[in-house]
Every structure is written in structure tokens, then in C-alpha cells.
Write a protein that binds this ligand. Sequence first.
Ligand code: NDP
Ligand code: 8X3
Length: 252
Amino acid sequence: MKRIALVTGVTSGIGEAASVMLAKKGFDLIVTGRREERLQPLQQKLETFGAQVLPLCFDVRKEEEVASALENLPDEWKTIDVLMNNAGLAAGLDPIQEGRIENWNRMIDTNIKGLLYVTRHISPGMVARRKGHIINIGSIAGKEVYPNGNVYCATKHAVDALTKGMRIDLLPYHIKVTQICPGAVETEFSDVRFDGDKARAAEVYKGYESLVAEDIAECVWFVVSRPDHVNINDLIVMPTAQASSMFFHKEG
Ligand code: NDP
Ligand code: 8X3
């Protein structure tokens, strides 16, 4: 029987690459995001690899939307083997005294509360079946704090803590919980962080070879494909040219 993975935030970047990887490896996929116009082409792409695909358009910040989408799954989609909590964002890069409260709310509501809402609806099925794997996409920002990263770093530190907490709570049910913490990956992340300022976003990845989303997708496949008795707790993945959130070896 084919396994089912639910990946949040597949309309670009890491989530999109992970969904492609999992489709190629034989999973059926529930894929989610807010930009509905991007879900359909992705569905078609995933189907070319033989995957069955259920696209769901919802905002992870809206508990009622999450509940309505995930509590009404068709029967054939209810048995979710892998949940990848990937949807997330940074908004702004400002010192605490100048931070925009709407940006703080977006990050907290998406990165922490959205991850929790989705997990709350999917984990009971895993508990009942005593089977499942939750993969949370954290960040190097969940391990270190950098200047002006304040609230984004706090949300990713929360993901780090929640990953550990989930692992303890789900331990009796044979459920794996993994966190993957990337360093710099060139996606739409910085476009979003800098509110569409493409020149500023491009600066983030200039002068060194950053990771690409497919690098993280390979890590996702690595953690998913370990034997039943092996769980990868935590994986920090950086470009070779990055030593910490602050230290890059840049040329040119
Ligand atoms: P992208 O901006 O390319 O992708 C983010 C995805 O999250 C999109 O599919 C977006 O879909 C979805 N998303 C954002 N907000 C919501 C929401 N409210 N409801 C539903 N979906 C949402 O960035 P990345 O691929 O880089 O980011 C993926 C994850 O990786 C994030 O959690 C990020 O924090 C983390 N990360 C990224 C790093 C990087 O350097 N790029 C490094 C470390 C961690 P849509 O807008 O259609 O809803
Ligand atoms: C994304 C990586 O260093 O921009 O989580 O916070 S960083």
C-alpha cells in the first residue's frame, strides 16, 4: 500500500521540493498552501511521478480553516504516514524597538500556532494507529539568535522546543518526530521577509553558494527512509560557506 505524506507550504521553496521528492519516492501527497493557483500545476507535476494528490487550500493561521480541511478528509486520505510542518515565514528584520507588531503576529501565528493547529488535527490519527512521522522544519534561527532576528528566531526556538515536546508525548505510540534546521536556502523566503524587495533578497545569497530547496528535500527523504527503529531527532544543514547564522565566507 502506498504511503501518504501531508506537506504544508508546497507553493514554493522547500515544501514544493519535498513534495516532488516524496512523489518520486512513491508517496501519495496531501499538499497545502494559500496560493491556490500554484497548487494545481504542482498537482499535475506530482501526478507525472505516479502520485495521487489531494490539494488543500487553507491558511495555517486560521484554526477554523485548518479544522475544516483536515477533519473532513476523504476516507482514503485519512491514514497519514508523514506530516511535514513546513509552512512558515520571516517578516522583517528590524531591531526589537522598531519591529512591526503585524509582522510579529504573522510570524507567531504561522510558525508556531499554524504548526500546532495542523499537528493537533493529524497527530490523533497517528496515535490511534501507533504509527507516523512528524517532520518539523525549524531553522538555524531556532538554534542561534542573530541581530534583528528577534521574533523570527523566537518562533524557530519554539519549533525546536515543540519538536522535543512532541517527541516525548508521542513516544509511547511509536511515532517519530524529526526537526530539520536549514541555514541559508535560496527560495522565496527572503522575498517574503523583505516584502517583495528582490534586490535586498538577492543580497542574502550573494558571494557564496547557498543551499537550494532540493538539498533539504534530500534530507527529508533521508529521515523518512530510515528503518523503523531509527529516528533522526535533529538535523542542522548549512551551506559549506556558512558556519553559523552570522558567519559566511563570501567572495566577490
Ligand atoms: P518560501 O517562502 O519559498 O515557502 C514558504 C511556504 O510556506 C509557501 O508555500 C507558503 O505558501 C507557505 N505559507 C506561508 N504562510 C502560510 C500560511 N499562513 N498558511 C499556509 N501556508 C503558508 O520559503 P521556504 O521554502 O524557504 O520556507 C519553508 C520553511 O523553511 C519555513 O518554515 C522557513 O521558516 C524555513 N526555513 C527556510 C530557510 C531559508 O533560508 N529559506 C532556512 C531555514 C528555515 P502560500 O504563501 O501559498 O500560503
Ligand atoms: C532562515 C535562515 O538565517 O535567515 O530560517 O534565519 S535565517
